[in-house]
Design a protein around this ligand. Structure first.
Ligand SMILES: C[S@@+](CC[C@H](N)C(=O)[O-])C[C@H]1O[C@@H](n2cnc3c(N)ncnc32)[C@H](O)[C@@H]1O
Length: 513
């Protein structure tokens, strides 16, 4: 490296104060080069990792947002992420994190910083009751921390299992890719029998012996017959396997759905403004994705050698957080982000084509559990007239929702009712977390304040008051818009309705008996 560049790097080093004395670190490139409005938040996350005095000298390689530590060298995260020196925004797609697009995914760097802040290690149990696409689960696996998650959506559950509980051999995925290639070609030729592909119809594909994709609304507008045939064969091959091999194959297919079907997930609803994609080679797309996944697993294993946990350290319950029961006082720390209020169904719907195509494995789409989905837009009318415990427990909630509903239009009334229901659900979540946590257990709860008409709902304060009533002592809030510049986790409409986001910290202070 040129002398000038070395000097610049040396100047970028900062000193973090720790219990064990000052430590010099070189912040990650996106911290060094990032926009000034993020620097406070970044610095806070750097400092937080030492503020509990939990991070031991030998654990410095698990620091987050740090390129290298003096006398130690690069951190494991930096080796895995391998960011460009010119990066200005964090990229949360390192390792297996980027295996599937997911709206509402939080940055892996934040999760790692929080795990360090809490001092979680291989003797701790970390819980994410809204596991989503598995960011907390993946970070726990990489750092060898036992994890238990809960998630209601079957596609998300598949993501969590594949991304966090992968077997510790990358060769398995490479072999899976190769055997997929052979099976795919054999099935394709057996069906096409030398005919021109344009002569094949959708109906024929759906009647194909071995097809497991059920007919669904407008399927001929989503896929060309050739793309439908490719998807049908890929699903058939995936379903011929069990466990991880099955889910990895189906996940590889699902993650590339935007290159296969007529789907534009940047709008909430399925749109057919374009013609279905032509000349799509599903076989090649899936094989390439499986090979990429093999390389990602190999990178995780080598960058986190000696730390990474076993697949069995990751447990996931598929169901609602309000139905699953974890043992009392079994959890050390909670790191989670629930839906931020109404619109949960909208962002789950961005994967509609995957739900339809993989129905045979997933069993249902999010509409199947919409009554249990927190933040669902489809709540029962009766909820609107319910008593709403949250209004009594949280003064802020009571105040905000006090205005009478006379004169409001029905859309506003429905949104208001759904938001109130959401507050009640947050209270029920707080009660459960308080039961599951050990004494002095810690919670990091990431929540955003959404709009209701002209007003912004102070959900951060409401959740703080609700959780406090459950025996979770509020410690502090860090306010920030968790913007990752990562198109894999955002859709434009989110920007408009989520005003600001906070990381709320709590400690369990008393028993709930
Ligand atoms: C904001 S996302 C979490 C994203 C996650 N932090 C990540 O990085 O991928 C919220 C998740 O809560 C899930 N969810 C909604 N209602 C639920 C319920 N009743 N029980 C468990 N999970 C639920 C949704 O399916 C969604 O995946």
């Amino acid at each position: 490296m040129a002398t000038h560049a070395l000097e610049l790097r040396a100047a970028a080093r900062i000193t973090l104060q720790t219990d064990q004395g000052p430590i010099k670190v070189l912040p990650a490139p996106f911290v060094r080069n990032g926009p000034p409005d993020q620097s406070h938040f970044h610095r806070k996350l750097l400092d937080l990792q030492f503020s509990s005095g939990c991070l031991l000298q030998e654990q410095l390689s698990r620091l987050s947002m740090v390129e290298e530590v003096e006398d130690l060298g690069p951190t494991a995260q930096n080796v895995l992420e391998n960011p460009r020196a010119t990066a200005v925004s964090w990229n949360s797609n390192y390792g297996t994190h980027g295996w599937h697009r997911y709206v509402g995914r939080f940055p892996a760097h934040v999760v790692r910083a929080l795990l360090n802040h809490f001092g979680a290690d291989n003797r701790s149990l970390v819980c994410d009751p809204f596991a989503g696409s598995g960011t907390t689960a993946v970070e726990c696996r990489l750092l060898g921390i036992p994890f238990v998650g809960i998630e209601i959506c079957p596609l998300s559950c598949m993501m969590v299992r594949a991304k966090a509980a992968f077997p510790a051999e990358a060769a398995l995925l490479r072999d899976l890719g190769e055997s997929f290639r052979a099976s795919y070609q054999e099935r394709w030729h057996r069906f096409v029998k030398g005919r021109r592909i344009s002569a094949i119809t959708h109906a024929e594909v759906l009647d194909r012996k071995g097809n497991l994709v059920p007919p669904f609304a407008n399927f001929e507008r989503w896929f060309t017959p050739a793309a439908l045939l490719g998807v049908s064969i890929a699903v058939e091959i995936g379903m011929s396997h069990e466990g991880f091999a099955r889910e990895a194959t189906l996940l590889a297919l699902s993650s590339r759905m935007r290159s296969i079907g007529n789907i534009d997930v940047d709008v909430v609803r399925a749109e057919y403004s374009r013609e279905p994609r032509e000349n799509v080679d599903v076989g090649r797309i899936v094989v390439r994705q499986l090979h990429k996944m093999a390389a990602d697993v190999a990178a995780c294993l080598s960058s986190h050698a000696g730390v990474i946990g076993s697949p069995s350290s990751i447990t996931l319950h598929e169901g609602s957080v309000l139905d699953v029961n974890l043992p009392e006082r079994s959890v050390d720390h909670v790191i989670t982000s629930p839906p931020y209020g109404v619109e949960a169904m909208s962002y789950l719907r961005t994967h509609l084509l995957s739900y339809r195509s993989l129905f045979v494995h997933l069993g249902h789409d999010p509409y199947g559990t919409r009554d249990k989905t927190i933040g669902s837009e489809y709540i029962e009318e009766t909820f609107a007239h319910g008593e709403h415990r949250a209004r009594r427990v949280s003064p802020k909630c009571g105040q905000f929702f006090a205005a009478s509903s006379a004169g409001w239009d029905s859309r506003y009334r429905a949104r208001r009712a759904a938001m109130l229901q959401f507050c009640d659900d947050m209270l029920a979540v707080g009660e459960r977390l308080a039961r599951w946590l050990k004494q002095n257990g810690r919670v990091a709860f990431i929540i955003g304040n959404k709009r209701l008409g002209e007003d912004v709902i102070p959900m951060d304060t409401i959740v703080t008051e609700l959780f406090r009533s459950c025996g979770l002592k509020f410690v502090e809030a860090i306010r920030h818009k968790l913007k990752t510049n990562n198109s894999n986790s955002q859709v434009p409409w989110q920007e408009r309705i989520i005003q600001e986001e906070s990381i709320l910290f709590f400690t369990k202070t008393r028993g709930t008996e």
